[in-house]
Design a protein around this ligand. Sequence first.
Ligand SMILES: *Cc1c(COP(=O)(O)O)cnc(C)c1O
Length: 365
Amino acid sequence: MKANKVLDSIKNYEAGLPIELVVRKFGIEAKDVVKLASNENPKGTSLAVANAIKENAYKAHLYPDDSMYELKEALSSKYTITPSNIIIGAGSDQVLEFISRAFLDEESKVLMSQVTFAMYEIYAKQMGATIIRTPSYEHKVDEFIASYKEHKPKIVYICTPNNPTGDAISKENLFKIINAIDKETLIVVDGAYMEYASAKDEKYSIVPQNILDEPNVIYLGTFSKAYGLGGMRVGYGIANKALIQILSKLRPPFNITTLSLLSAIEALKDESFVADSIILHQEEIIRYEEFANSHNIEFIDSYTNFITYLFDDRFDSTVVSNALLEQGVIIRNLASYGMNAIRITVGTAKQNSRFFEVFTNTSSL
Ligand SMILES: *Cc1c(COP(=O)(O)O)cnc(C)c1O
């Protein structure tokens, strides 16, 4: 049976390997596996959120409030916007899917940086669209504007901070790109790691309010990273009301679960959990920078909760990743992105120490 031909060119998203796989394959106990591969929050889930899930478990038979009134109110007051500016998705991934379905067809082109979040390409290809990439992995203003002028893409994706590289674009440079693009092109600003960038440097902090006056810009945020709710699948898009109305036509009813909805609402009440997560992260990422410096490994200055090590010919990222995996340390090999590099989610102090220990042993440093 033949499937839609647009699927022929799509490679499945390569998710971070699960702990269960390492347990099965290498016989390592789950408690000894260190997973630094999916940019999850090493502090886990806020206690207040976990308690709310427990207390409300008996509500699993009820559909969630499909208007998502309380969550939209909470996001509105956090960002000083209105509920009509918000669409909720099962992860911001689902909002990316709505965007692709709403705006793309076989004639469309989409523009993104050389190395960026893989789902932009996958969702665009599902619609038969053509992928255009700038030469650099960083979001360089001149490259984006030149490529935009040459190709006139329907969507421009700006992932800031960028996954899987960790770099970011300043607010000033983002607006240089926005101002050079006509209003018929949608600009997606994916801020999945924005909490980390904002804490590091104000100049890289982009808040949804900044883009609300632009008719053709949407900001995406998620509860999966700094808010520690990757497993609950809640994300959002923020844009002007007209754009949100278009995307809402594609949203299935009850697209997040009753307990996911409640988790996100509770998470917004516990901002101290996010603040503590960022403090832990800032303390620990320094150790990765120092480790890299002391072993002459190049790294990308990170605005996210992970760090990317760029290898020279002393190391092969696939060999290193496999060697770490056999010792129960899961990181992300970036070979499939065309880079001899690894991406490591910054974990707890103990997890990070384990990474340094195993990396040193397996790489004969
Ligand atoms: C993690 C991530 C997302 C979305 O994650 P969800 O869990 O679907 O909310 C979006 N963009 C980037 C760049 C990410 O790294």
